[in-house]
Ligand binder design. Structure first.
Ligand code: TXA
Ligand code: MG
Length: 345
């Protein structure tokens, strides 16, 4: 199959809408990461997403809508007050809510769960695609399963060339990390996956929020996660990534030592560091993650892909504090590292 990469225009959107209605897949930009979309109400089309990604069948998809009126047919009961407050404050935007599902949503979308994840994205191209398709669109991130999520159309091409007919190119994603996933089926909203909408913001909106304790740790043997996606090793570069956490000067000192040891062993190491710390690594090969947590969110997945392109076989990354968007950044970085974190003083 030939994969076309087209800029977002009325013509490409109308072609994309036709493809979705015909049961095909289209990759499209959102403000978080690129999505790989199919008609959410067509079980056969949804199955193609799992095939194209190589995604385990027990990991459910997010259904994307382009107007609030599209929500009621997809869910089994009216949103609770906290959900309504979150919707009013954060939609359209980088937030996904988990509701009890209606019968209209095929089990293929929800991997057999009786809940469904819904997102109303802010990106104009994402909304225009849903409008053009005239159907809700089921879409995971448009990477091959296990690879870093795509934050630019070229990343989607790297992973999906030959597997899908069309990629809409909308440039780089503004947030750079996937949406905040919040379970609103209980009495207090619970964050299952942190993202651009922070716990601090959610608490300010609804007065209370819980953060699932699996957000910053590996699952225990036999544990069943509330969000199936938490089970899988995600976002992984080809090289082995170690995170070094602690006092700033101890971190740079430790990373320099680990890097020099790797060189002595004939390896090809690479450092990922905050912009301000890059000079501390001297001549060692280091990539900047930007100047703060927001910049790190935007650049992280692209840097992990770049590390692969550079042939790095061992990577050492600085950690950042887990306040605000830092929680989402560390959640992704720790998964990319398979939770290999060294604490130093
Ligand atoms: O920003 C995003 O959310 C992007 C863009 C394309 O919208 N999408 C995305 O989808 O990140 P994906 O499939 O890569 O991640 C969806 C996450 C997974 O961790 C999945 O387990 C969880 O949402 N999820 C989906 N449905 C769920 C449900 N009913 N209950 C609990 N978790 C669910
Ligand atoms: Mg994903």
């Amino acid at each position: 199959m030939q994969t076309n990469l087209l800029p977002v225009t009325p013509e490409s959107l109308s072609r994309a809408g036709e493809l979705i209605r015909a049961g095909s897949l289209v990759a499209f930009p959102t403000e978080t990461v690129y999505g790989l979309g199919a008609n959410a109400l067509d079980a056969a089309a949804v199955k193609r997403i799992f095939e194209a990604k190589g995604r385990p069948g027990d990991n459910p998809l997010i259904v994307h809508i382009s107007a609030l009126e599209q929500l009621p047919p997809l869910i089994a009961c009216d949103p609770a007050p906290a959900a309504r407050e979150l919707m009013a404050a954060c939609w359209p935007g980088p937030m996904t809510l988990i509701f009890p599902k209606s019968d209209a949503v095929p089990g293929e979308v929800t991997a057999g769960l009786n809940t469904v994840a819904i997102r109303y994205p802010a990106h104009p191209a994402a909304r225009a695609l849903i409008d053009a398709a005239r159907r809700p669109i089921a879409a995971p991130s448009a990477n091959r399963s296990g690879r870093p999520s795509p934050t630019a159309a070229e990343h989607v091409m790297e992973d999906m060339n030959g597997r899908i007919p069309l990629i809409l190119d909308g440039g780089s994603c503004a947030v750079g990390l996937e949406s905040t996933v919040i379970d609103v089926t209980g009495s207090v909203p619970r964050i299952l996956r942190p993202g651009g909408i922070t716990p601090e913001r959610i608490e300010a909106i609804c007065g209370a929020v819980e953060v699932d304790d699996a957000v910053l740790r590996p699952l225990r043997e036999g544990e069943r996660p509330r969000s199936p996606g938490m089970k899988y090793r995600h976002y992984a570069p080809a090289g082995a990534l170690t995170i070094v956490q602690g006092d700033e000067s101890a971190v740079t000192r430790t990373i320099c030592r680990l890097y020099d040891d790797a060189i002595a062993q004939g390896k090809r190491p690479l450092i990922l560091a905050l912009e301000a710390h890059i000079p501390a690594y001297g001549d060692r090969r280091a990539l900047s993650l930007g100047e703060n947590a927001e910049a790190m969110a935007r650049s992280m997945f692209a840097r992990l892909r770049q590390a692969d392109a550079l042939g790095a076989d061992v990577l050492f990354s600085e950690a950042i504090a887990t306040g605000g968007v830092g929680l989402a950044v560390m959640n992704r970085l720790e998964r990319a590292a398979g939770f290999c974190v060294i604490a130093v003083k």
